[in-house]
Write a protein of this length. Structure first.
Lengths: 173, 210
């Protein structure tokens, strides 16, 4: 029970600064889950991210897998609620009044200010996943190839995921 | 995090947008959100928009953009935030709960099935190799996303150094994110605020001069 409460609290705190969506939160998830609380090792963290990538649904559900690893199904439920509930409550009470703030200068300033930080966070996420997965030179080349291709071609992400899985199964990375 | 110059315009009250809106039942809302959640690979947002605006015509594109603006402005998951707004708009608190659980329940059960499979077969070498391959590709997708987002940042020479700063602070210094985020957001927000004020001031001066 104490573990579930800790999990819920840690993930709730996280959502308050989750500007730029959950993908931008992977570094902080990693810091709390792997480094600070040591609920799992690097490799497992990368595996859970990979499973979430290959599954349908909003990408916040990677936290369900992390919760599951920490404390089974109850952990998964606690983690999912912790990530979605706090901001849901805020938005439920705020959305009616939003129109009033739409053109406020501070709102625009915050939105402009968040964008570059989100870029840095998503970059850090990519870095951390690569490092946690323990990629060797061939793995890094695959990562760079995906980055390059994705930047010039708008193929569906599942193609890249499938290619990654195939490359892994064939022992290429 | 859209910074496109063509910002969505707020719908005027009493505009013809309202004739688009009809009231979906709770069950319809649940099923529609479940379908979106379960078919969304690598991004649910476009599907949600398609369903609400084009397929079911539950709201206008402008209404959707206005709600999305709020959901992207606030922290947390954009799609969950959006489901709360959409559900609440049609059925208050009950609608918010139904839409959000519709969106999350199906994919959550899929995740738990995959987690169980991972618990059973995760130790196999071939599974580990596949997951490592997916992680490598997934890291590439993250970098590509970051590049795309960076291209949309206005006045990159001012703002992108902060992207590098947060990367260094997290990867090398391993600082905890909440205080770091608030401090850096304070800086970038202040810069954006002052630049906007100055631009507005210059525009006024130009107007008075001419």
């Amino acid at each position: 029970m104490a573990l579930l409460a800790d999990l819920f609290l840690q993930f709730s705190i996280l959502t308050v600064v989750a500007f730029g969506g959950i993908t931008a939160m992977l570094p902080e998830l990693h810091r709390v889950v792997v480094e600070q609380r040591q609920w799992m090792d690097e490799t497992t963290f990368a595996h859970l991210f990979a499973i979430a990538q290959a599954a349908p649904g909003p990408n916040l559900l990677v936290v369900s897998l992390i919760g599951w690893k920490v404390a089974g199904i109850p952990g998964a439920i606690a983690a999912t609620l912790a990530i979605s509930l706090p901001m849901s409550l805020v938005i439920f009470f705020l959305y009616r009044h939003w129109e009033r703030f739409r053109d406020a200068p501070w709102r625009e300033a915050i939105q402009t200010g968040v964008a570059p930080l989100a870029v840095g966070l998503v970059c850090t996420s990519g870095w951390l996943i690569g490092a946690s997965a323990g990629l060797d030179l061939r793995g890094i080349l695959l990562t760079l190839a995906c980055t390059g291709l994705m930047s010039v071609r708008s193929w569906h992400p599942l193609w890249y995921i499938g290619a990654g899985a195939a490359a892994g199964a064939l022992g290429l990375v | 995090m859209s910074n496109s110059p063509a910002a969505p315009v707020a719908p005027e009250p009493g505009s013809p947008h309202q004739e688009l809106s009809r009231q979906p039942g709770l069950w319809e809302l649940f099923l529609a959100c479940s379908r979106v959640g379960l078919s969304g690979f690598g991004g649910v947002l476009p599907l949600l928009r398609h369903l609400l605006v084009e397929e079911r015509r539950l709201m206008s594109g402008a209404d959707f953009n206005a709600l999305l603006g709020l959901c992207q402005f606030l922290p947390g998951s954009n799609v969950v935030n959006l489901a709360v707004c959409v559900g609440a708009r049609f059925h208050g608190a009950r609608g918010a709960i139904v839409a959000t659980s519709g969106l999350l329940l199906g994919p959550f059960l899929v995740m738990m099935a995959l987690a169980t499979a991972y618990g059973v077969w995760g130790h196999l070498a071939v599974v580990q190799d596949m997951l490592r391959g997916i992680a490598a590709a997934g890291a590439g997708l993250l970098f590509a996303t970051a590049l795309k987002m960076a291209r949309n940042v206005p006045e990159r020479w001012i703002y992108l150094p902060f992207a590098a700063l947060i990367l260094v602070a997290l990867v090398i210094l391993r600082l905890p994110l909440p205080p770091l985020m608030l401090a850096l957001l304070g800086m970038t927000g202040l810069i954006a605020y002052r630049r906007a004020r100055r631009a507005a001031g210059l525009a006024t001066t130009a107007k008075t001069d001419s």
